[in-house]
Design a protein around this ligand. Structure first.
Ligand code: SF4
Length: 365
C-alpha cells in the first residue's frame, strides 16, 4: 500500500501522469517531498481523508546513490531493491521537485503552513547541502525550520551551525527504544553505520545548543521492545530536555522488516498516553506499574487525570515539532497506518475516535 490510499478522491491517473513528468535531480537543487506535502502545495491532486490539513512541509534530501545506511525497517535502506527515487518512506511516495518551486509554493500556502522540515539522509554530501537549503529556507520562507538530523555524519560544531543558520528545532531519530534493538536494526546487525552512543551524544549536545523543548527524538513503537522499555526511554529523553515524537511501526514493502507485525493497537495507545504524561511533566515512568510482560497496568497518576487525557484526545494525535500551538504542525497524515485503522491521528479526534481509543487502551491481547 502506498500514499494513494491515504487520500480520498485522488485522481490516480493524473497522479501517475504527474509522476512521469516529475524532474529527477540531486540536492540541493532538488528535494523529495512527502506526497501529503506535494498535495498541500498543489503539485499533485487529491483531497485528504476527513480533510486532514497538513501544517508542515516535509522535504528529504535526494541523491542518485540514495541513502548509504541500511536500517532494517526503513523504505530507503540501500539493500532494498529498486531505484532510490521509486522508494517509499514512512508509507508514502516522495516525488522530487525543484527546491525553488517548493519555496514558491510554500509561500503561496503561508496561511496553512506553520513549519518546514529538512530530513537528512546518510550521504557524504548531505551535511553541506542541508546548510545550503537551511539558509535558503530561513531567508526566503515565512515559517520556522526543523532539521531531522543524521547524527552519524555530524559533529558538535555542525549543531552550532544549524542554530546559527536559523533552524528553530532539531530532531534525532533514535527510533529504537534500547541499545540492543538499535544495534540490531540500524548498526552492526545490518552492516549499518549508525551507533547508539553517537545518536545519544548528538541528542544531548543539541539540547545544550537549542534549549529545553527545542529538540525532538523520534521513536518507533513495535520494533520488539516492551512497553516498559519504551516508557523508560521516553523518560530518559524527557529528563535530558527533549520530547519524544512517536511512530507506530509499519511494514515498508521490500524492507528487511516487511513481515514484522505492527504492534497491537492497545500497546500503541498506552505508549501514547504515557508519552503525554511524561512529556508534559504530569507523571514519571518510575511511578507507573507494569505487568510481568512489561505492559502498563497503572499510569502512576490519579485515574481521573488519565480519564481527562483520554477525553481530550490530543495525546493520540501525531506528535512532532509544534506549529502555532503545542499541537504538532508535523502531522504526517497516515504516515504510520492506513486511514481505516488510524494509529497517529492527523486531526482532532471526534467522539467516535475517542470511544475507539478508550476501548483499545484496555486491549491486552
Ligand atoms: S517531527 Fe516532523 S517536523 Fe519535526 S523533525 Fe520530525 S519529521 Fe521533522
Amino acid at each position: 500500500m502506498n500514499g494513494i490510499a491515504a487520500v480520498e478522491n485522488l485522481n490516480y491517473e493524473n497522479y501517475e501522469n504527474e509522476k512521469n513528468n516529475i524532474y529527477y535531480g540531486n540536492s540541493p537543487e532538488y528535494l523529495k517531498v512527502s506526497l501529503a506535502a506535494a498535495m498541500t502545495m498543489d503539485f499533485v491532486p487529491g483531497i485528504f481523508y476527513r480533510n486532514a490539513c497538513l501544517h508542515c512541509i516535509n522535504v528529504l534530501l535526494t541523491y542518485d546513490e540514495g541513502c548509504r545506511a541500511n536500517c532494517a525497517y526503513c523504505g530507503l535502506q540501500k539493500s532494498r531493491e529498486g531505484e532510490y527515487n521509486d522508494k517509499s518512506f514512512i508509507r508514502v511516495d516522495w516525488p522530487v521537485f525543484k527546491t525553488g518551486d517548493i519555496i514558491e509554493s510554500t509561500l503561496k500556502k503561508h496561511n496553512i503552513v506553520y513549519r518546514i522540515c529538512i530530513s537528512m539522509i546518510t550521504h557524504e554530501k548531505a551535511k553541506d547541502d542541508t546548510f545550503t537549503i537551511l539558509k535558503r529556507f530561513t531567508n526566503e520562507l515565512h515559517c520556522p525550520v526543523s532539521i531531522l538530523m543524521t547524527p552519524t555524519i555530524l559533529k558538535h560544531d555542525d549543531i552550532n551551525r544549524f542554530k546559527e543558520y536559523g533552524a528553530d528545532m532539531v530532531t534525532v531519530a533514535l527510533d529504537a527504544a534500547t541499545p540492543e534493538l538499535f544495534d540490531k536494526f540500524r548498526g552492526r546487525g545490518v552492516g549499518g553505520p549508525h551507533r547508539w552512543e553517537k545518536y545519544n551524544d548528538i541528542l544531548d549536545y543539541s539540547v545544550s545548543v537549542f534549549g529545553k523543548n527545542k529538540v525532538g527524538c523520534h521513536l518507533v513503537v513495535g520494533l520488539g521492545e516492551t512497553e516498559r522499555d519504551m516508557i523508560f526511554r521516553m523518560q530518559s529523553v524527557r529528563d535530558r530536555g527533549a520530547r519524544s515524537h512517536l511512530f507506530s511501526f509499519y511494514q515498508e514493502k521490500g524492507s528487511k522488516l516487511e513481515n514484522h507485525p505492527q504492534c497491537p493497537a492497545g500497546q500503541y495507545r498506552r505508549i501514547q498516553t504515557a508519552r503525554h504524561i511524561i512529556d508534559y511533566d504530569m507523571g514519571r515512568a518510575e511511578d507507573m506499574k507494569f505487568g510481568n510482560d512489561g505492559r502498563v497496568v497503572d499510569f502512576g497518576i490519579p485515574f481521573k487525570n488519565v480519564a481527562e487525557i483520554i477525553e481530550r484526545g490530543t495525546a493520540f494525535q501525531t506528535t512532532g515539532c509544534p506549529g502555532k500551538t503545542e499541537i504538532s504542525a508535523c502531522n504526517r497524515p497516515f504516515g504510520d497506518s492506513s486511514p481505516k485503522n488510524i494509529r497517529s491521528f492527523p486531526f482532532e479526534l471526534n467522539a467516535g475516535d475517542i470511544n475507539r481509543v478508550r476501548k483499545e487502551l484496555l486491549e491486552y491481547d
